[in-house]
Design a binder for this molecule. Sequence first.
Ligand code: ADP
Length: 349
Amino acid sequence: MARSDRSGDIILSTRNVTKRYGQVEAVRELTLEIRDGEFFTIVGPSGSGKSTLIRMLGGLEAPTTGSVWLRDEDITHVPANRRPTCMVFQSLALFRHRSVGENIEFAQKMRGVPPGERRRHALEMMRIVRLPDSYYNRRIHQCSGGEQQRVALARALASDPTILFFDEPLSAIDYRLRKILEVEMKDLHRRTGKTFVYITHSLEEAMVMSDRISIMRDGNIVQTGTPRDIYSRPGSRFVAQFMGEVNVFEIREGRIASPEADVSAIGRHGYLVLRPEHLRRLDGQDAADVRFEAIVESEYMLGSRLQYHLRAGDASLVAEIPIPAATGVTPGITARWGFDLADATLTED
Ligand code: ADP
């Protein structure tokens, strides 16, 4: 509701935060701005510093240097329990021998809220996360993995935090359920209007849910943008490759080595990154900015499309073609392939 008035304002930010553990710099000189009401995801491979960063954002860890801000207030040294934020841990952190209701009401009970009021509030939270009222008395160990996840969310929402932090909440959940919960998380975000800060090593997961994504590498952020920006305009080979199959062509002296193509119009040095769906098989007189011959080495069925692994000289390439357009492409054939420069991204590193 109030969201439209506030959205776009910076709610949480860091300025040059560094966290050292002995010789290890887990986070290095990192500056970040999270907007009020957005679903913001930090993605990076294991060891890139995601957990360290989110712990500093949530007040569970103090930076070695630099500062953390809530709007225009420096909260660097404000402990977690005095921040209007909440860390949603994996469902493992629930009290397994207690009921769903007791778990959700835990914090309110500690604060001395009377039982009737606690119960009403807990049921309201359960409705937000789409848990039936009948689950109120059910023990945690009688709930499925997905239901436990919802209890953990309801418990976090019960304290009405302004910002919710999620540290890989879905990583231990099997693929099918994870896909469902990703959509639920996004819906929940929309329904609550709160700021969600989420970390994951899965860019695929991030893409589904997030308004904006930051990609971390070696303790710093290498790119921030909407899922669409990151997918279509990766700023480096690292980001492009992190997103799955991609073709990388090195440009030297304005030429791409393997296809022998002159691309000096767009750059003399760097890398051209091309998604597999933009590499086309050329028929007869089909035009393309860059053209070359390649042998089809193998074929993989991906559902609605086929993936081909190609070899052009020393280069290994990958193409994906919708099934109706893939007739005649089979392992063993040599064919002409090509792509347009407008579909590729030029990166420096
Ligand atoms: P991620 O969440 O992306 O996997 P982490 O933030 O957990 O990354 O870790 C970043 C780096 O900091 C790693 O090299 C890790 O070993 C190190 N690290 C994290 N926490 C500690 C700690 N408490 N003590 C020592 N080193 C740590």
